[in-house]
Design a protein around this ligand. Structure first.
Ligand code: ATP
Ligand code: MG
Length: 389
């Protein structure tokens, strides 16, 4: 009995003439993961990716788990492959399904026949297979309306496939199909979620973290790298860039009006991010800002921190409540790490009265006290790269 993985795609089927481009991205990502799980043959047909183990060293459970975080796939299931005859299908049902249906009380069968030469119609297949299951699995009942598990039989071009309990996958569109974006990643709750959301819409997410050593610790940096690892199954990121803002922050502290510290710093963060984004071939910046959440996230504050860059800045959390952001953070597994209490560069030298309605002229006057471009360039030139794996 041969078991394979079937992945169904979602939005890609709507892509018309661009569809092969999206399929190629998806296939490339799955092939990369297949290598890490011991080797699989990956091929695409009829809106489905077929992932077949090469030999006994192929870790099908590990690969299956991995498929669930690949954007572009809406559902995945492990399936038994059999010859396209009614008898072979019934045998597969008897041999393969009892373990999958252990402890299950109700089921229904859905059959799909893309090969119309097969001698039974889909309703006939469903009825017969249902009968075989009732004979084989003790205590199970049919429930056509709210079954605990749906068993599916697919009669396709070459073979038939039998499976039960399809899992919901990540949805979205393949990473890379929407170009590259640079995520400003902090140790908070919002920015890992923002990276996840943009990767879901096909962005290949590069990472930039700012620290302020020795005001921020080595552990604080390690926490951010851990967050980067946690979101990496979705974002497919393998390294992060870290830039120190220490000198910039000390210079601001020594020269500027305290009320403007945060906004001045945020303008540096945006400007340096844009320098790095251009260097790393990214077409957009991504932040975890959410409107009104803190003083630097009012419309007025965002206006003055945004206008130092020309690249689009994507803020996928902008309209989400904290609670909604937390729900996503829990789903992707970043929440518990995000809430560990470590300092961030933004919490170093924070003003007592940060400006929520900054005056641009006053801000620019404060900024003019510094050699903005030279400080930004120096910070950028001293960037470091950290391998995540
Ligand atoms: P988060 O929960 O993502 O930290 P926040 O609500 O704490 O967000 P801010 O600290 O104002 O808000 O940061 C707003 C955004 O700026 C973050 O979502 C992130 O994209 C970026 N950012 C903040 N701190 C850093 C940092 N140390 N390195 C890189 N980007 C940062
Ligand atoms: Mg933060």
């Amino acid at each position: 009995m041969k078991e394979i993985i079937l992945c169904k795609y979602g939005e890609i089927v709507l892509k018309g003439t661009n569809r092969p481009h999206f399929e190629a991205m998806l296939s490339r990502e799955l092939k990369g993961r297949a290598k890490r799980h011991g080797g699989f043959n990956v091929h695409t047909a009829q809106s489905t990716v077929f992932i077949e183990p090469l030999d006994e060293f192929s870790d099908i459970d590990g690969m299956f788990e991995s498929c669930l975080s690949v954007f572009g796939i809406v559902a995945a299931v492990k399936a038994c492959v059999c010859e396209k005859t009614p008898e072979a299908i019934y045998d597969a049902v008897r041999e393969y399904l009892p373990e999958k249906l252990e402890g299950v009380r109700t089921f229904k069968v859905e059959a799909k026949r893309s090969d119309k030469r097969f001698p039974m119609t889909s309703p006939e297949i469903s009825r017969e297979v249902g009968g075989v299951i009732l004979d084989t699995v003790r205590g199970i009942k049919v429930d056509l309306h709210e079954p605990e598990v749906t068993v599916r039989v697919e009669v396709r071009e070459e073979y038939a496939y039998v499976h039960a309990g399809q899992a919901k996958a990540a949805g979205g569109i393949p990473v890379g199909s929407s170009g590259r974006g640079l995520l400003l990643l902090s140790g908070g709750i919002d920015s890992p979620v923002a990276g996840y959301m943009m990767a879901k819409r096909g962005m290949s997410v590069q990472l930039l973290h700012y620290d302020s050593f020795p005001y921020t610790s080595e552990r604080a940096r390690e926490k951010v790298m851990e967050l980067a690892r946690i979101i990496s199954p979705y974002t497919c990121t393998r390294q992060a860039c870290v830039i120190s803002l220490t000198k910039i922050q000390e210079t601001i502290r020594d020269n500027c009006d305290e009320d403007y510290f945060t906004l001045l710093l945020r303008r540096f963060m945006m400007r340096i991010a844009e320098m790095y984004a251009k260097d790393a071939n990214c077409g957009a910046l991504i932040t975890g800002e959410s409107l009104g959440q803190v003083a630097s996230q009012t419309t007025e504050a965002i206006t003055v921190t945004n206008n130092i860059v020309t690249m689009p800045v994507f803020r996928p959390c902008i309209g989400l409540d904290k609670e909604e952001i937390v729900t996503v953070a829990r789903k992707i597994g970043s929440f518990e790490t995000s809430i560990q209490p470590f300092e961030d560069c933004c919490t170093v030298f924070t003003p007592r009265h940060p400006r929520t309605r900054p005056e641009l002229a006053k801000l620019l006057a404060e900024e003019a006290k510094l050699d903005f471009e030279a400080l930004a360039k120096e910070a950028f030139d001293n960037r470091e790269y950290i391998k995540l794996f």
